[in-house]
Structures are given as C-alpha cells and as structure tokens.
Design a protein around this ligand. Structure first.
Ligand SMILES: *Cc1c(COP(=O)(O)O)cnc(C)c1O
Length: 453
C-alpha cells in the first residue's frame, strides 16, 4: 500500500472512452415508454429534444463509448481529477479504515457537472444546434452548461427553481458571466409555467416544473434542444470518467476499495464513481459494497416506489421506470438543492432493484456536522450534497473502529460548497433544522402515478 496522500495521473491518462454499464447488466432495465401510447419509444421520439449522438448513447449497449477528442481536450483543464487519501480525517476519527476521495471540485464550475455539460454541448454544436434550454436547481448544472456554452458558442437558457434564484443571486451572476440567460421558474414564458402560477401564484418552483418549462421551450424551435444534467443514461455514461480514473489511481495506491459511496440526487455523480466498480464486480465477481446516500427529506430510493413516472411536473417527458416520489411531489426546501428531485436515474433504480446498490438516507443537520468535520480535517469545504456521502463515510469508518477492521472506503467529493455559504452560516448559527416532507402529500403524489398496463 502506498504512503502517498495524492494519486495523480497525467493528461495522457484521461480515459479515451466512457464506460457503459448496459453491457454488463444481468438483465436490461425496462424500456422508456411514450406517454400517449405507453409503447416503447424510438430514437425519433427524442429527436426534437436531443442531438442524435446523444440519443444513440441513451440506448447504446456498447461497453466502451469513445470520448471525442475535442471533449478530452477540454477535460484536460481539470482532469484527471486527483484521488486523495484522507489521512487527517482518518486520524481525527482514529479509524483503521483507509478513506479515499475523488475530488471533482477542481472543475471550473466546482462540481462534477462539466463532465457531461462539455460533452452535451459538443454534440449539440456538431449537429448545428444554436441554443440549449435547461433547468437548474441549486445552480450547479446551469453553471456548468453556461461554461460549456461559452466554450462551444451556444446560447444557453436556464430555468432556475425560483427559491434558489432568490436565495442565490451569485449563481445567476455566475451563469450570466458566461453569457447564459437565467429565468426564475415557474415563469410566464411557458404554458407549463403559467399553469403552475395560475394554480399557485406563490410557487417557489421545483426541478420538475423547471424541466417542463425547458422542454416546452426546446420543442418550440428547430434550432433549440434541451439538455439534462442528471438521471438519463447518457449523463451517467459521461460521468464514468470519475470511476475509470479512480480505478487507475487505486492501482497507484496499490489498494482496492471495499466500499464505494456517493450522494444521489438524480444519480449521476454516484453512477460516475460507482458504475466502473460495479461493472468490474458484475464481470469478475468480488464483494465490493456500494452505498447511495440521499436526503431524508427527498428519499426517492428509500421511500419512493419503483414505477413508471414522468420526469417532469407538466408531464411532457416520456415515462421511465424509476424510484420515484411522484412527479407532483415538491420536496421541502432543505439546503442540498442538487438532491431535490422526485425521481432517481433508471439505471441506478434498476441496480438497486438487483441488489447491487444499498440506499441510505440522512437528515441535513447530521450531514452538515459531518461536512464540517471533514472540512476541518482535510481543508476542503464540501458542497451540501457531498456532505451526505461524507456522513455515510464517517459512520462506516466509525464502524470499522468498533469492529477493529480496516476497510478501504472510496467516496466521491462531487463539488465544493463555496456558493453555499448561507447554508454553512445557518448551520454555524444553529439555525439549520431538519426538514420533514409531508406524508399526505407524498401519498397523494404516489397515488397520481401514471397507470401502465
Ligand atoms: C447536481 C449535483 C448533485 C446531484 O446530482 P447527481 O446527478 O445525483 O449527481 C450532487 N452534488 C453536486 C455537487 C451537484 O452539483
């Protein structure tokens, strides 16, 4: 085992292809259905929204999907990202566990999101698209796509969930710096937005509503497409550069993880770090444990139903089978905005159903306590979303101490929290409280799931 703290690869080690777990699944996930006919959709159904290259990746079963050279060229700015051994955290916890983290906060947007934003912008540009619409919750995805738009000369229009738009003016300024347009959602610009405002004039918005607005806007114009920052197969595919690099770095460390941990909103950073390891297990066996950590206030994997549902509140998207809280569910306003989505990626849901992923949920105050403990030991201030993974890591490291066993634990530090200082201020002032979702609202949202014969 290596004594190093940092395991760095060189630019030439950036993976040449992404890893597609579809090739190694024991059974394929259920098909995506047309919302009208309830029949499996074909590539043509998605053509108004996505470029063909992206649609092909969405349905691909090839194990390796080539990363275009211009995309790798942009990746070079921050990839390969470092793998760190959290030696001071291990000491602080007095644990025999070996804790490693892959740090995605060194990207220009400060999170893992550019791994797919760059790729999606590239494919859109290749196919002559002029404008991309999207949604953003906490602002990380909008920021990443804004940067990608500036790199590839594309107009970016971002529907930002209203509560975040008001709470995080710097996020908007960030996106506008790169030339993106940022609109508070629900807005008056779309039918979906106007319908919500008519029913709920004070609506603070949700990702599901913002997706409806962005999709509606993209479908209106031929030169405009839509981009999603999580959930879909192609997004998870692009994020696998994280886990593929980590596998190489574990060779440098002369170690191998017993456990892989990530936080899950829509599932993309988690899939990014975990899928290459799960794939290796599916191909060669082994007993690596994979833990998905979600917020207790928006618990799609631990409390949701595995069923066909819409991806958006306005019911414009196809139906996908996923762990869901119901497309009309609006989670309470906790601080990890990136984890406030009603559904979970179909591939992550499928692997959870197969028993390959163990889900777990935590409340936000205990997650911030873990994040602060991590920051004080390692000097990096994590995004509130990442604090969920860190809470699980610390719990597991403490279990190792009690049992006297030294496991190797890998987690994805998916971003820094420099835009989330209000949340940390609230935590420090003792003002942060755990949020409970409304049980009757969840029951109602689940009762409204579309029926699929
Ligand atoms: C967007 C985001 C998430 C949640 O999205 P996933 O697709 O589940 O990864 C988590 N952490 C950070 C830092 C994010 O920006």
């Amino acid at each position: 085992m290596s004594d190093d703290v940092k395991f760095s690869l060189s630019e030439t080690d950036i993976p040449k292809s992404w890893y597609n777990i579809m090739a190694d699944l024991p059974s394929p996930p259920p098909p995506v259905l047309h919302p009208g006919t309830k029949q499996p959709i074909g590539p043509g159904d998605l053509a108004p929204l996505f470029p063909m290259a992206v649609i092909q990746q969405e349905v691909s079963v090839e194990r390796e999907v080539e990363i275009p050279e211009p995309v790798r060229d942009v990746y070079r700015q921050w990839r390969p990202s470092p793998l760190y051994r959290a030696r001071r955290l291990e000491q602080a916890l007095a644990t025999p566990a070996r804790i490693y983290y892959k740090y995605e906060g060194l990207s220009p947007a400060g999170s893992h999101k550019p791994n797919t934003a760059i790729a999606q912008a590239y494919y859109n540009k290749q196919e002559g698209v002029k404008r991309i619409t999207t949604e953003t919750g906490a602002g990380q995805w909008g920021s990443a796509l804004a940067i990608a738009g500036a790199f590839f000369g594309l107009e970016i229009e971002v529907f930002m969930v209203k509560v975040s738009f008001n709470q995080k003016p710097y996020r908007r300024a960030f996106m506008e710096t790169f030339g993106a347009k940022c609109v508070a959602s629900p807005s008056e610009l779309t039918e979906a937005g106007r319908a919500v405002l008519k029913a709920h004039p004070d609506s603070t918005g949700s990702l599901g509503i913002a997706i409806s607005e962005a999709v509606e806007m993209a479908a209106q114009r031929d030169d405009t497409k839509y981009a999603l920052g999580s959930v879909l197969n192609h997004v998870l595919l692009h994020q696998t550069v994280i886990g593929l690099e980590a596998q190489r770095q574990f060779e440098l460390a002369n170690d191998y993880p017993d456990m892989v941990i990530g936080c899950t909103g829509g599932g993309s950073n988690f899939a990014g770090i975990a899928f290459p390891f799960i794939g290796e297990k599916l191909r060669r066996g082994g007993n690596i444990e994979v833990i998905a950590v979600e917020p207790a206030a928006c618990p799609s994997l631990t409390k949701g139903t595995y069923a066909y549902d819409f991806g958006d509140t306005g019911h414009l998207t196809p139906l996908v089978k996923m762990h869901t809280l119901g497309s009309t569910f609006v989670p309470p306003g906790f601080h990890a905005g990136g984890l406030r989505y009603h559904g979970m990626a179909p591939l992550v849901s499928h692997l959870a159903a197969l028993g390959e992923i163990k889900p777990r949920a935590y409340q936000q105050v205990e997650c911030f306590a873990a994040g602060v403990e991590f920051a004080r030991a390692e000097g990096i201030l994590p995004a509130p979303e990442a604090n969920h993974a860190i809470k699980a890591v610390i719990d597991e490291a403490v279990k190792c101490k009690k049992a006297g066993t030294g496991k190797a634990i890998l987690f994805n530090l998916c971003g820094h929290g420099h835009f989330d200082m209000q949340a940390y201020s609230d935590y420090m002032a003792g003002k942060l409280v755990d949020q409970q979702y409304d049980e009757s609202e969840l029951a109602m949202a689940l009762a409204g799931l579309p029926s699929v014969a």
